[in-house]
Design a protein around this ligand. Structure first.
Ligand code: ZN
Length: 384
C-alpha cells in the first residue's frame, strides 16, 4: 500500500479525518457533475479512499453507493460510527436536491485535507474542499507579508477582513487609496446561492452583520453560512419588481443593525476558503481587539509578522493571545496537539462552551475565554 493512500500515520482518528475529507470532496464533485466532465472521476477516486479507510467487506464499494451514503448521516459509515466527534457524525453532506448542506460548508470544511494523491482536480475544485484550513491561511498571509513590513502587513490583512465583499469600484478605490495588497487570488463573483433574484431580474446580496461576507440565500431565508453568526432573516420582495427587497429578523438573538440589500451587478467577494478560514476568525480578532481597547488596554495585532494574534498591554502586565475559533473542538484539539500554540489560547464568546472539553483533553494547555480574559485585563488595569 502506498503512503499517499494510507496516510503517514494510520491511527483511527487520522483515518476518520481522511474519510470525512474524502466524503466532503466527493459530495462537492457530485454537485457539479453536470458542468464538470471529470467530476465523476473525482467521485470514483474518493470512493477508493473511503473503501481503503474501511477495509474489505465494509462501507460503500461503488461511487453510487458512496453518493447514497452522503445523503445520510456520516455516522452511519462504519468507520465513523465509533468516533468521538458526535457533531461530525450527525452531519449530512447532500440535501434532498443533491446540493451541499450548510453543515458541509460550515463544519465538514474544517476537515478538508489532501487525500488520494496528486490529481487534476486541484485545478477546478475550490481550495476549501481539498486544502487544510491552515494551508489556506498561510498561503493568504505569505502573499500579504511578501516584501512588506509589519505595518503594511497589518493594514493589508485588516482590509481583507473588513472588506471581504463589495462593489468592484469600491474595492479597487480602497486598494489604490490605501496602497495595501489585494488578496492573492483577488476577489471573485458572489456564489449564486448567496444571491436573490427579484421578479424584475435584478440580483441582490446582503452582508452578514458579523463578518460582512454575503449571507447564504435559501428561498426566503437569509443567514450567514457560518452558524455561530446566528442572525436569521426572512426576505420580503420590494414593492415593485425592480425595487430593493428587505429583510426581517426572525431569530431571538441580540439586536443588531439590519443588513440592506446591495445590487449584485458588479459586486464581488473573496473566495469561500479565504472567507471561512481568514475573514471569519479575523472578524473575531478585530472585535476582541476593539473590546480590549475600550477597556483601556493597548493591543497590537498579529505581532512579529503573525507569530501570534494579539499582544495586550494592560497596566504593567503583558499578555500574548491566540484566538481559536473552530466549529469542531475535536479538530481544534487535534491541531493543537500537532502544533503547540505560541501564545495563550482564547476562546471567543461564541466558543466559550468548548473550554471544558479542551481542558479535559489537554490539562496543561494555557487556555482562557473572552469573558475571563476581559476580567483579567480589567483587574490588571485597576491595579496600576
Ligand atoms: Zn458571518
Amino acid at each position: 500500500m502506498t503512503q499517499w493512500l494510507t496516510g503517514a500515520r494510520d491511527d483511527p482518528d487520522e483515518r476518520a479525518h481522511r474519510l470525512v475529507a474524502a466524503a466532503l470532496r466527493a459530495a462537492y464533485a457530485w454537485t457539479v457533475r453536470h458542468t464538470r466532465r471529470d467530476a465523476m472521476r473525482e467521485v470514483a477516486r474518493m470512493t477508493g479512499v473511503v473503501m481503503e479507510a474501511h477495509g474489505p467487506g465494509h462501507g460503500p464499494t461503488t461511487p453510487l453507493d458512496l453518493v447514497a451514503c452522503l445523503r445520510e448521516r456520516l455516522g452511519l459509515l462504519p468507520a465513523l460510527a465509533a468516533g468521538t466527534d458526535e457533531a461530525i457524525a450527525q452531519v449530512v453532506l447532500l440535501d434532498s436536491d443533491d446540493r451541499l448542506t450548510s453543515d458541509a460548508y460550515d463544519l465538514a470544511s474544517e476537515y478538508a485535507l489532501p487525500v488520494g494523491g496528486p490529481s487534476d482536480a486541484a485545478q477546478w475544485m475550490p481550495s476549501w474542499t481539498w486544502m487544510r484550513a491552515d494551508q489556506i491561511r498561510s498561503e493568504t498571509f505569505i502573499a500579504l507579508i511578501e516584501g512588506n513590513g509589519q505595518e503594511s502587513y497589518v493594514a493589508s490583512r485588516r482590509l481583507l477582513i473588513e472588506h471581504p465583499a463589495g462593489s468592484r469600484a469600491e474595492l479597487s478605490d480602497l486598494i489604490s487609496e490605501t496602497g495595501v495588497r489585494p488578496p492573492r487570488r483577488g476577489y471573485t463573483d458572489i456564489p449564486t446561492d448567496h444571491l436573490h433574484r427579484s421578479s424584475g431580474g435584478e440580483t441582490w446580496w446582503w452582508p452578514c452583520p458579523a463578518c460582512r461576507w454575503p449571507m447564504g440565500v435559501s428561498g426566503t431565508t437569509v443567514r450567514c453560512r457560518y452558524r455561530p453568526h446566528a442572525a436569521v432573516y426572512h426576505l420580503t420582495e420590494g414593492r415593485t419588481a425592480t425595487s430593493r427587497p428587505t429583510l426581517r429578523r426572525i431569530d431571538e438573538g441580540p439586536s443588531m443593525a439590519r443588513p440592506v440589500a446591495r445590487p449584485a451587478a458588479d459586486s464581488c467577494c473573496v473566495e469561500f476558503g479565504v472567507w471561512r478560514f481568514v475573514v471569519v476568525p479575523g472578524a473575531s480578532e478585530l472585535r476582541v481587539q476593539q473590546r480590549l481597547e475600550n477597556l483601556g488596554a493597548t493591543v497590537e495585532l498579529w505581532p512579529e509578522l503573525d507569530r501570534y494574534d494579539l499582544h495586550v498591554q494592560a497596566g504593567d502586565k503583558e499578555f500574548r493571545i491566540d484566538l481559536k475559533e473552530y466549529r469542531s473542538p475535536y479538530r481544534l484539539i487535534a491541531d493543537l496537539r500537532a502544533k503547540a500554540p505560541s501564545a495563550r489560547v482564547l476562546l471567543p464568546k461564541t466558543h466559550e462552551h468548548q473550554l471544558g472539553i479542551l481542558q479535559t483533553a489537554m490539562p496543561s494547555l494555557q487556555v482562557t475565554t473572552e469573558t475571563k480574559f476581559c476580567t483579567e485585563v480589567r483587574r490588571a488595569l485597576r491595579t496600576v
